[in-house]
Write a new protein. Structure first.
Length: 308
């Protein structure tokens, strides 16, 4: 069976849209109607008139699409495609933490569960985090969760004190400073660009720090330069496709894995076959309890309104 043709046929027949993150395998990115960062994907999910949203990303992303579209079917190629960052913030413990600091406004990074979003005042993504934090009055104390690295980056950039939850992304914490410096010695004219989920010592080496879309935009605007790219290696597909003449090297991970770079095994659980199957079977679906959905919608909507 020609899976490409079959996916296209099913998409038309079922009025489905395929939304994919830049960390997905190349063939999924290539067939998607839209490939983007977390903000772009939630904006697309908010405005789609499709009946079925096939979310080629991880669970919290599909869940956000469902929160925005309770009447639509949202499918995820592999329901086990989770996120270490989302998992690092259990709702019971987080609720205790917020209750211990009732005067604090709660800002959470979109990489968290619907239950955490339901305990949140305003959501942010890596592309609008500085803007969202800067929109809060200066004398207002803030809790930021779950990513301590993004939180520390925001503190350094804005000068705001924030109480940080101690969560992190296993992929962005896998970069090896020693190997990165060795690589930079080998390629001294390459500039380092990094995602803010990376640790501070990695970010300190970077010429540009931003979301996946921000990193792609930066390379697009500097196509004559050469780059070491410190984020999940899937992003290189879009960069190489759009900027085939720009020299790009993925930042090295601490432990050697198959490609000696950082890959998110959650993102890679989605395969092209599973993408086809979930569209065909309209399963597995992502659902959110209605009471939680209603509470989680408000902080997402606040973020979308502030990001127009
Ligand atoms: P962005 O694509 O929004 O930068 O997020 C990166 C990420 O880790 C998604 O899980
Ligand atoms: Fe989660 Fe990190 Fe994978 Fe993104 S790259 S989905 S933050 S584990």
């Amino acid at each position: 069976m020609d899976l490409v043709k079959e996916i296209q046929r099913l998409k038309k027949e079922k009025n489905a849209v395929i939304l994919a993150h830049y960390y997905q395998v190349p063939e999924i990115q290539d067939i998607a109607d839209y490939v983007g960062d977390s903000l772009g994907l939630s904006q697309k999910a908010a405005e789609t008139d499709a009946d079925i949203i096939v979310f080629a990303g991880v669970h919290f992303m599909a869940e956000t699409a469902k929160i925005l579209n309770p009447g639509k079917t949202v499918v995820l190629p592999d329901l086990d495609a989770g996120c270490s960052l989302a998992d690092s913030c259990p709702p019971d413990e987080f609720e205790k933490f917020t209750k211990a600091h009732p005067d604090h406004i709660v800002i959470t990074y979109v990489n968290c569960s619907a239950e955490i979003k339901a305990l949140t005042d305003i959501v942010c993504t890596s592309s609008n985090a500085l803007k969202i934090v800067n929109s809060i009055p200066k004398d207002q104390p803030i809790i930021f969760a779950p990513d301590r690295n993004l939180g520390q980056y925001i503190i350094n950039e804005t000068g705001r004190e924030m109480l940080l939850w101690d969560g992190s992304c296993i992929v962005h914490e896998a970069f090896s400073m020693e190997k990165l410096l060795d690589l930079h010695k080998k390629y001294p004219d390459y500039k380092i660009i990094a995602h803010p989920e990376s640790e501070t010592h990695i970010l300190n080496t970077a010429t540009y720090i931003g979301s996946t879309s921000g990193m792609i935009d930066y390379v697009r605007q500097h196509q004559d330069e050469k780059f070491i790219v410190a984020t999940e290696a899937g992003i290189l597909h879009k960069m190489k496709e759009e900027m085939p003449n720009t020299e790009l090297v993925p930042a090295p991970a601490k432990e050697d894995n198959t490609c000696a770079c950082s890959e998110c095994h959650f993102m890679k659980m989605n395969t092209f076959q599973k993408l086809h199957d979930c569209l065909l079977n309209e399963s597995p679906q992502v659902d959110v309890d209605e009471a939680i959905r209603e509470r989680a919608l408000l902080p997402i909507q606040r973020m979308l309104d502030l990001s127009k």
